[in-house]
Design a protein around this ligand. Structure first.
Ligand SMILES: Cc1cc2nc3c(=O)[nH]c(=O)nc-3n(C[C@H](O)[C@H](O)[C@H](O)COP(=O)(O)O)c2cc1C
Length: 267
């Protein structure tokens, strides 16, 4: 694939068709991600893949915890969105407006409900009044995305596509989890970020869609034992991989700031 097609074509897909990615493709994608640069060639990444029955098991545990309203407790701590910098907060708010528009559209048609295969869960959605642990969902919810909050406010309860597909781990058949050894520092996280983006681009280049998500590591205890992640490693992030369905939520393309808003060149 052309580089431009790969880099501009990658975007977060929140509803997959559930088909597992063949092992040979997983190996090729992960091997390409290993070409990412790292401080002193330390290559701090550790990679674990859940697919097939293992993925089903993780999803079932996740849905159960989410429905019970268990608060996220990822190995890498999160902070409330109000503790983020001013620019990230502004962008998060704008993203919330975009997702609200999507939720409103979903309320108008029945197609979304059918496609997301989750309408039964709309009423028992357990996002709760504050998703402080979840920057993506708390931003979306603040802008009225939550079905539960909508119902409480007297508005028709329409499905909250983003919260619901998050709860189902995006219906993905395969998830690639990234970990670091416990003696990690901030530079290792930078290296892992480079690995993660290369992973997403390598997948796109082979015709796969991806979803990098905190949601996938929200409850580490449901992932660590099944994948054999040792105690001396920190589960950092997960990336779902597979093929997108044509659900409207997959049409969400987060906007980007114009380059001049964040670029400074001095001569
Ligand atoms: C580290 C990280 C964690 C994320 N966690 C979630 C998540 O838990 N749920 C979700 O719906 N999106 C999550 N996202 C996706 C972001 O919302 C998305 O990358 C951003 O809005 C830009 O959109 P794009 O990926 O489509 O270009 C996460 C992205 C990153 C990089």
């Amino acid at each position: 694939m052309d580089f431009d097609e790969v880099v501009r074509g990658r975007h977060s897909v929140r509803d997959f068709d559930g088909e597992p990615v063949p092992e040979k493709d997983i190996r090729a994608i992960v091997e390409e991600a290993g070409l990412a640069p790292s401080w002193g060639d330390t290559q701090p990444w550790r990679v674990y893949v859940a697919t097939g029955a293992v993925m089903d098991r993780i999803r079932a545990a996740h849905e159960k915890a989410d429905t019970a309203g268990v608060r996220g407790h990822s190995d890498v701590p999160t902070s409330h969105r109000t503790e983020w910098g001013e620019q990230p907060q502004r962008n998060m708010a704008a993203f919330g407006v975009q997702t609200r528009a999507l939720a409103a559209d979903a309320g108008r048609g029945s197609q979304e409900k059918a496609r997301l295969r989750v309408q039964d869960e709309a009423q028992k959605e357990s996002v709760g009044p504050d998703r402080a642990d979840h920057p993506d969902l708390s931003a979306a919810q603040e802008h009225g995305q939550s079905a539960a909050a909508g119902a409480a406010a007297g508005r028709p309860a329409h499905p909250a596509p983003m919260a619901l597909t998050n709860a189902r781990l995006f219906n993905a058949g395969t998830v690639i989890y990234l970990a670091l050894q416990q003696k990690m520092n901030q530079w290792n996280l930078l290296d892992l970020g480079a690995f993660e983006q290369t992973l997403a681009l390598a997948a796109k280049n082979r015709g796969y869609d991806t979803m990098i998500a905190y949601e996938l590591v929200r409850y580490p205890e449901e992932v660590r034992p099944v994948l054999g992640i040792p105690d001396n490693e920190v589960l950092v992030i997960g990336m779902a991989v597979g093929h997108a369905t044509d659900a409207p939520i997959n049409g969400l393309h987060a906007r980007r700031m114009p380059v001049d808003e964040y670029l400074t060149i001095r001569k």
